[in-house]
Design a binder for this molecule. Structure first.
Ligand SMILES: Nc1ncnc2c1ncn2[C@@H]1O[C@H](COP(=O)(O)OP(=O)(O)OP(=O)(O)O)[C@@H](O)[C@H]1O
Ligand SMILES: [Mg+2]
Length: 444
């Protein structure tokens, strides 16, 4: 195994224990061919996060070789692999902390057994500027630093056989990352390109794969602990809780409390692991109490906490600061809903002389694009909602807007007329009857 030096790019080589040659069309076999296959994983090096992750993964690998570090993403991993094998170019899209990088590594681990040569991981978040992308990728694939034109060498090195290239964190330099991914797709027909990004690259051959939250059981479902742990959100939360020192395993009596915590954290892996890591100190009930108010984001991100807590706040700040003025305007005011809302409701409540209805519609679409809003379907109707953690953040912004009273008034007025959509209880506006108590949401 070669050991390339590191020039700021994260390079990782996944060596295959078994390899499989592509068929005459270059296809690498379907997802079924992958089932139950877990090759030995070897890494040369990577940034801290990956080294730690891989170390943990290596140590938690079961004696059958199956990995246990990745929780609750089996179906998604197989779907992503299937899409990659069919289309060669996939972008995993989702908000900060939803698990894109983790899922991409899971894909690499499962796919590695299909490759004769290697899979490569390039962490774009470590790069100082977008111009370094070709150099970083070249380095990852073994091109010596300073040895001529990297882009040409990348294509040459990747043309000999099938390979997987992961470009992680494309949103930070979206245009250059998109241009590079397209170039690679066009010039290296054996390469599967897997990008992760908080927003799509919007390229012609790109297949977007929206990564949703980990699954949480429905509240009040009366599940046993064993059944609840089959849901990814519960399993991840409890895994981190026991790593933080919780001695007891989940018992049936605590299931409703844990399900409620997972629900309030919207199944977002980063939030689940940050909250889970407090359980050793505060206990399950204490952690739930700490989360039990609007200040949970503040709590999750308070300054003297472990670095990950600050990461959450920083990630949300980062995403917010990159928005255009009108996106920020709309996002802050959408906090008034607190529940899923329709486009018409958003326009009626947010639009004013400061922002026209068309601006609100445009902002809504681009917030969706940037993974700050989720689309949900209620009774077949498309609605939108802020992720729970973002809701809290947006409420903070909304508290400071000059036209807050006007927005609240329009919100009250909109709901005064009986309507089916959005007729759910709101947290910030006036209380409204729940028209459909069985309101069930599914995040696609
Ligand atoms: N399925 C999972 N199983 C176990 N841990 C997970 C899973 N998904 C995410 N995590 C953990 O949650 C945290 C956030 O995940 P990750 O870094 O993959 O998110 P991301 O979507 O790539 O975020 P960003 O947009 O900031 O890059 C990580 O610490 C990771 O270990
Ligand atoms: Mg990531």
């Amino acid at each position: 195994m070669n050991t390339p030096e590191r020039d700021g790019a994260a390079a990782m080589r996944l060596e295959a224990e078994n390899s499989e040659q592509p068929d005459a069309n270059g296809a690498l076999g379907g997802p079924r061919a992958l089932a139950g296959r877990h090759a030995f994983l070897a890494t040369d090096q990577g940034p801290g996060f990956l080294e730690l992750s891989f170390a943990r993964r290596a140590s938690t690998r079961g004696c059958d070789g199956a990995s246990s570090w990745l929780i609750g993403r089996e179906a998604e991993i197989q779907d992503i692999i299937y899409t990659l094998l069919s289309h060669r170019f996939v972008t995993l899209v989702g908000p900060a902390g939803i698990g894109k990088t983790t899922a991409a590594i899971g894909v690499a681990e499962d796919l590695q057994s299909q490759f004769n040569s290697a899979a490569y991981f390039v962490d774009l978040s470590n790069l100082g500027d977008a111009e370094s992308i070709p150099g970083a990728v070249a380095f990852a694939v073994g091109h010596p630093p300073g040895a001529g034109e990297p882009t040409v060498d990348i294509t040459r090195r990747l043309s000999s056989g099938p390979a997987l290239l992961i470009l992680d964190g494309c949103e930070r330099m979206i245009e250059k990352a998109a241009a590079f991914a397209k170039h690679l797709y066009d010039t290296a027909p054996h390469v599967l390109v897997l990008c992760t990004s908080r927003q799509p690259l919007w390229l012609e051959h790109e297949h977007q794969f929206r990564l949703g939250p980990l699954k949480t059981p429905p509240e009040g479902s009366g599940l046993s602990a064993a059944d609840a742990l089959r849901y990814g959100a519960v399993a991840l939360f409890m895994d981190r809780a026991s790593s933080s020192g919780l001695a007891a395993s989940l018992c049936d009596a605590d299931v409703p409390l844990v399900v409620n915590i997972c629900e309030r954290l919207a199944g977002v892996p980063l939030a689940l692991e940050l909250a889970g890591s407090r359980v050793g100190t505060y206990g399950l009930r204490g952690t739930a109490t700490l989360l039990d108010n609007r200040f949970r984001l503040l709590w999750l991100s308070r300054r003297n906490a472990v670095p990950g807590f600050q990461t959450l706040q920083a990630m949300i700040d980062w995403s917010y600061n990159l928005l255009t003025g009108s996106e920020q305007f709309v996002l802050a005011r959408l906090a008034v809903f607190g529940v899923p809302f329709s486009l018409a409701a958003a326009q009626a409540v947010v639009a004013s002389e400061l922002a026209h209805e068309a601006d609100v519609a445009r902002a809504l679409i681009s917030l969706l694009d940037k993974s700050l809003l989720a689309a949900v379907f209620v009774d077949g109707q498309r609605l939108y909602r802020l992720l729970d953690l973002l809701q809290t953040y947006a409420e903070g912004k909304f508290a400071a807007v000059a036209d807050r009273a006007d927005v609240l008034e329009r919100h009250a007025g909109y709901h005064a007329a009986p309507r089916k959509a959005c007729a759910a209880q709101t947290r910030l506006g006036p209380q409204i009857d729940v028209a459909d108590p069985g309101l069930s949401l599914s995040i696609p």
